[in-house]
Design a protein around this ligand. Structure first.
Ligand code: SF4
Length: 321
């Protein structure tokens, strides 16, 4: 098998959540708890789950904004946790969810896009200006806007600026952390189309994080579903949407609105019951059993492992083993 561009192995990220009177940590919030996956060059992996499931923490840990608690992150075969390398980090960039908060309001577009070029000492002078204009045009913005400030742009335009900033250093992997969630529905499709075009033109690889399955359907080659810090299902996109195996994935899929009243009436809804348990004290066994309509006694005692059920379709459920 070809070496993946990104290989995440048994990644954990715990945050201290309580201390005793001596200041010693007594409990942890297990945001990401032993997850593994890989992404091939040129592929898009969608990472989906409810708010608080650990998907954004996964992205931020991969890009080293958070120090992992345990596990390995291999980029092009090199472990970036044990071998910190500025060039390796340059090859991974991030597009953030909030195009309003992620751009410094006191900087011009030119300074925002030029900052990574300066940090990595890639260009200067006239070449730098040309590169900024080229990046603006690449993301569909007029180069005349380069001296404007972020507040002079719409949400979709700001996200394009964020994309241009991520592209400035010629990365090969981009972590897209809910890049369309804060945008109007009419703008979301434009940004997804732009990301797809850039992927084809520049050979990019994406980890595309979103909170619902409808958002990632169009852009992903494979989709991973996360629940309470764990990956519960991972499959090629078409297979996941047509043949979901995990009850949580089924519930997420049945929550997608169908724009046809006749089909909506026929659609069997799988409802989620109860609230998401605390990641500080997750349920024993299967983390989903407190909300699962198909739970059996074994589910409370034994954690189901993420196992291959055929054709690259992985699921962590006792019903599938
Ligand atoms: Fe439901 Fe049990 Fe499967 Fe967990 S292992 S999803 S509780 S059936």
């Amino acid at each position: 098998m070809k070496q993946p561009l990104l290989n995440v192995q048994n990644l954990k990220k715990y945050f201290p959540a309580g201390t005793d009177i001596f200041g010693r940590t007594t409990s942890y919030l297990k945001a990401v708890d032993d997850i593994s996956f890989s992404i091939a060059k040129g592929e898009t992996l969608g990472l989906v789950g409810e708010s608080g499931c650990g998907k954004s923490t996964t992205g931020r840990t991969i890009i080293q904004l958070y120090k992992p608690t345990a596990g390995n992150i291999l980029f092009n075969g090199k472990n970036i946790i044990t071998h910190a390398d500025k060039n390796l980090c340059r090859n991974m960039q991030m597009i953030f969810q909030d195009p309003y908060a992620s751009l410094n309001p006191r900087m011009t577009v030119s300074d925002i896009i030029g900052e990574p070029l300066d940090i990595h000492k890639l260009t200067s002078g006239h070449e730098r200006t040309e590169r900024i204009c080229e990046l603006l045009e690449l993301v569909g913005l007029n180069k005349k806007y380069s001296n404007r400030f972020p507040h002079e742009f719409s949400g979709g335009q700001r996200q394009r600026i964020g994309i241009a900033r991520a592209l400035a250093v010629n990365p090969s992997l981009i972590i897209c952390d809910e890049p369309i969630s804060a945008l109007d529905v009419s703008i979301q499709a434009q940004i997804v189309n732009l990301l797809e075009t850039l992927q084809q033109e520049l050979g990019l690889t994406y980890l595309f994080i979103a909170h619902d399955l409808a958002m990632v359907k169009h852009i992903s080659n494979r989709v991973a579903v996360m629940y309470l810090g764990k990956i519960v299902e991972l499959a090629p996109a078409n297979e996941l949407y047509t043949n979901p195996q995990h009850p949580y994935t089924k519930a997420l899929l049945s929550a997608i609105p169908i724009p046809d009243p006749a089909k909506t009436a026929m659609n069997q809804k799988t409802k989620l019951i109860g609230d998401v348990p605390s990641p500080i004290n997750p349920p024993s066994g299967c983390r989903f059993y407190t909300r699962c309509a198909y739970a059996k006694p074994i589910c409370a005692d034994q954690e189901p492992l993420l196992s291959d059920i055929g054709a690259g379709h992985l699921a962590a459920c006792h019903l599938t083993t």
